[in-house]
Write a protein that binds this ligand. Structure first.
Ligand code: PEP
Ligand code: MG
Length: 567
């Protein structure tokens, strides 16, 4: 490509979801700030001011209903619930009373009335407490109308766009429609934050952690080209660049459930799922099984522990999507970035190092018992080969206790995640008890490098290409090889979805790779281009490097297929 064909300015961030896409920028409006306590000007028509609140609420309700009609699934339900809240007269009438009684501005009145309502709902607990989030959402929208501020939430444009935001809250991500949002850029967030994981699951090219200075240069309505593989944003891209991006995007690769290297060594390519719908999509995408069922995703919003029956109803359809196939279930990984109100203590100073994941069984052993009971029942009623593992196992004693407990419920194939460096270092001891292990490279990297996985500013540390992480993985694979177990180590962190890193992982001795279904075909295509010997050679190259970027560049240089496939 000649210089004239290229855009003039390239910005950088962390590429977290591959693919090249061009389109106009749509910026997410910043959050609504609390209006100052202020009185209406002398002589203001108090009744007319109070009426403005009802009119603004009606406008918000109509807008939400329109968006709900266009949204899908969870997004639609969310918007419909919020629209109902906007239509509820409790909030508007108490805000109007504040304007009439105290003469304060309508926006301040809405803010105060919403706060009292939300606090009251929170004190009721349970389902009602959850509704306080909707009250605050409606509050922000009404205040936006009253003060002429941009509406918070995912913006709308007639054509598909590239979303630019500080970060995306879980409620925003439920509203992301991949037909409208064709790419996104966030100034915050790290490569293994849940925003990044979601982008990969939706197959939306994405860049995170650009920092504010870069994000500021992305102007509403201007066309940019985003390369989610390299983490590059081209301002003012040429027609030629945009045409090539469209060409690459139109190539659809398929996976046929036959993961293997070029010389026919099987590599199980499995899917990461959070619910039955994901599982069905994974089966349609050719996944050879499920390598990580994040069970906590089924219950993130629930204030109380779900009953055994509710859990059974969540697990059974996931198992049913893979009759006769392997389904690896992880017990609740509550805590840190995924708090479950009934299991975690949000007041801990260092939640990532606290009583999270398997450790919660120290405080609430019955929650683990109930989950194992539900899993065993669902496994018995379906044909899937259910394997069960616990997150954040740190010592051989924990591996022993968990696997014995799981087997006591009839869950015979029991293992563990390797996410804590101690578990990798002690792998030979762990495999005395665990039938298998799945390496969670997202957490393993955060703990090896002592770098919060949510922080974009530490992204250079927080990559599984770090040779220190790869060396620990090798220790884990070598520890497993010393055991009698057959192919016991898999990887289910985001590293497995990076086709170049997948080659290195196989070279280190990893037998299965679990990823978002969207990545299966790309990883498969690259693995089929190399032999097992090539994988070992590339793993040695990576292990010998001093720095993450050096390892990544050295391995990618040996895999020209990546450039051909646009990966
Ligand atoms: C991991 O830590 O790599 C992992 C797969 O678990 P999660 O991302 O859900 O913490
Ligand atoms: Mg983890």
């Amino acid at each position: 490509m000649t210089a004239a064909e290229n855009s003039t300015l390239t910005l950088h961030g962390i590429g977290v979801s591959p693919g090249r896409v061009g389109g106009p920028v749509a910026r997410m409006a910043p959050g609504i700030e609390e209006p100052a306590v202020a009185n209406l000007p002398a002589g203001a028509d108090v009744d007319a001011e109070a009426e403005r609140i009802a009119a603004a609420a009606l406008k918000v309700k109509k807008g939400l209903e329109l968006s709900a009609a266009e949204a899908k699934d969870e997004g639609r339900t969310l918007l419909e619930t919020t629209a109902q809240m906007a239509a509820d007269p409790t909030l508007t009438s108490s805000a109007q009373a504040l304007v009439r009684d105290r003469g304060i501005t309508p926006e301040r009145a809405v803010w105060e009335a919403a706060d009292s309502l939300a606090t009251m709902l929170e004190s009721l607990g349970g389902y009602m407490a959850e509704r306080s989030r909707d009250v605050r959402d409606v509050r922000d929208r009404i205040v936006a109308v009253l003060t002429d501020a941009p509406m918070p939430g995912i913006p709308t444009r007639p054509e598909p766009f590239i979303l630019v935001a500080a970060d995306l809250a879980p409620a925003d991500t439920a509203l992301l429609d991949p037909d409208k949002v064709i790419g996104f850029v966030t100034s915050e967030g790290g490569p293994t934050s849940h925003t990044a994981i979601l982008a990969r699951a939706l197959g939306i090219p994405a860049i995170v952690g650009t920092g504010e200075e870069v994000a500021k240069q992305l102007i509403e309505g201007e066309i940019v080209l985003l390369d989610g593989t390299k983490g590059e944003i081209f301002l003012d891209p040429s027609e030629e660049q945009l045409r090539k991006a469209r060409e690459l995007a139109s190539v659809v690769r398929e996976f046929h459930g036959d993961g293997a290297t070029a010389d026919g060594i099987e590599v199980q390519l499995l899917a990461n799922v959070g619910d039955a719908e994901d599982a069905r999509k994974a089966a349609a995408a050719g996944a050879m099984g499920i390598g990580l069922f994040r069970t906590e995703f089924c219950f993130l919003d629930q204030p109380e522990e779900p009953s055994v029956e509710d859990q059974y109803n969540s697990y059974r359809p996931v198992f049913e999507a893979f009759p006769g196939k392997k389904v690896v279930v992880r017990t609740l990984d509550a805590g840190a970035d995924k708090p479950l109100p009934f299991l975690t203590d949000t007041s801990e100073a260092n939640p990532a190092l606290g009583v999270r994941a398997y450790r919660t069984a120290r405080r609430s052993p019955e929650v683990l018992e109930h989950q194992l009971e539900a899993l065993a029942k669902a496994a018995a009623d379906t044909d899937a080969k259910v394997w069960v593992m616990a997150p954040m196992i740190s010592t051989p004693a924990e591996a022993k206790a968990f696997t014995e407990k799981a087997r006591s419920y009839g869950l015979d194939f029991a293992g563990m995640m390797i996410e804590v460096p101690s578990a990798a270092a002690m792998a030979d001891h762990m495999f005395k008890y665990a039938d298998f292990a799945s390496v969670g490279t997202n957490d393993l990297t955060q703990y090896v490098m002592a770098a919060d996985r949510m922080l974009g500013s530490l992204a250079d540390l927080n990559t599984p290409w770090q040779p220190a992480v790869l060396r620990l993985l090798k220790i884990a694979c070598d520890g497993a090889a010393a055991s009698e177990k057959k192919s016991p180590v898999g990887v289910c962190g985001e590293a497995a979805a990076d086709p170049a890193l997948a080659v290195v992982l196989v070279g280190l001795g990893v037998a299965s790779l679990s990823m978002t279904s969207r990545a299966l075909a790309d990883v498969d295509a690259v693995l089929k281009s190399v032999t097992r010997e090539d994988c070992k050679r590339l793993a040695d190259i990576a292990l010998a490097c001093a720095e993450a970027e050096e390892a990544r560049a050295a391995v990618r240089a040996e895999l020209p297929i990546l450039e051909e496939l646009g990966l």
